[in-house]
Design a protein around this ligand. Structure first.
Ligand SMILES: NC(=O)c1ccc[n+]([C@@H]2O[C@H](COP(=O)([O-])OP(=O)(O)OC[C@H]3O[C@@H](n4cnc5c(N)ncnc54)[C@H](OP(=O)(O)O)[C@@H]3O)[C@@H](O)[C@H]2O)c1
Length: 162
C-alpha cells in the first residue's frame, strides 16, 4: 500500500526554497508518530531537506544520480519503486514528498494523510491537484493551537474508494 503524508497551507503550498514554509512542531510530531516503523519514500530534494536519514524507518530515496548515506535505499525509477511496493503487500509505504514525487504516484496512492494549515505562507512548491472525489475522508482531528504551534491546523486521513 502507498500512503502520502504531507502538510499544506490554505493554497496548497508545501515548500519554500527547499524547505518547509512554516515551523509547526505538532505536525512534525504527527509525521514521526505516523511513519515510525514504516518505510518512507522521498524525492532527492526532500530527502536532502532532512539533512540525515530519519531514524526508525527504512529510508528510500528516488534519484537518478547523487550520493546518499549508507543504509539509504536509492531507487532510480517509478517502475522500480512499484516493484518494491508490490513485493511487500503487507507494508504501508509512506511517500513523504515533494511535489515532484507526489505528482508521479497520483494514480497509485491508497491513503492520504493531509495536514491542512489554515494560514497563508509564501513559497514556491505546491501540492499537485488531487481528485478527492476518488477518496473518502475517514478521520479528521483538529490540532491544538498553542504558543509553539500558532497556526490552526487539521489532521485528515482519506482512503481511496474501491
Ligand atoms: N509540506 C510538506 O509536507 C512537504 C513534504 C515534502 C517536501 N516538501 C517540500 O517540497 C520541496 C521539495 O519538493 P520538489 O518537488 O522540489 O522535489 P522532490 O520531489 O523532493 O525531489 C525531486 C527529485 O527526486 C528525484 N526524482 C523524482 N522523480 C524521480 C523518478 N521518477 N526517478 C528517479 N528520480 C526521481 C530527482 O532527483 P535527482 O535529480 O537526484 O535524480 C528529482 O530532482 C521542498 O521545499 C520540501 O521542503 C514539503
Amino acid at each position: 500500500m502507498i500512503s502520502y503524508i504531507w502538510a499544506e497551507d490554505e493554497q496548497g503550498l508545501i515548500g519554500a526554497a527547499g524547505k518547509l514554509p512554516w515551523h509547526l512542531p505538532a505536525d512534525m510530531a504527527f509525521f514521526k508518530k505516523t511513519t515510525m516503523g514504516h518505510p518512507i519514500i522521498s524525492g532527492a530534494r526532500t530527502f536532502r531537506s532532512y539533512n540525515r536519514p530519519l531514524p526508525g524507518r527504512q529510508n528510500i530515496v528516488l534519484s537518478r544520480h547523487g550520493h546518499f548515506p549508507d543504509g539509504v535505499l536509492v531507487v532510480s525509477s517509478i517502475p522500480q519503486l512499484c516493484e518494491l511496493v508490490a513485493a511487500n503487500p503487507g507494508e504501508n509505504y509512506f511517500v513523504t514528498g515533494g511535489a515532484n514525487l507526489f505528482s508521479q504516484l497520483l494514480d497509485r496512492v491508497d491513503r492520504l494523510y493531509r495536514t491542512k494549515i489554515h494560514h497563508q505562507f509564501i513559497g514556491d512548491t505546491y501540492m499537485p491537484k488531487i481528485d478527492y472525489a476518488h477518496f473518502k475522508r475517514l478521520r479528521v482531528t483538529e490540532g491544538k493551537v498553542d504558543e509553539k504551534n500558532p497556526y490552526p491546523h487539521t489532521f485528515e486521513l482519506f482512503e481511496r474508494l474501491k
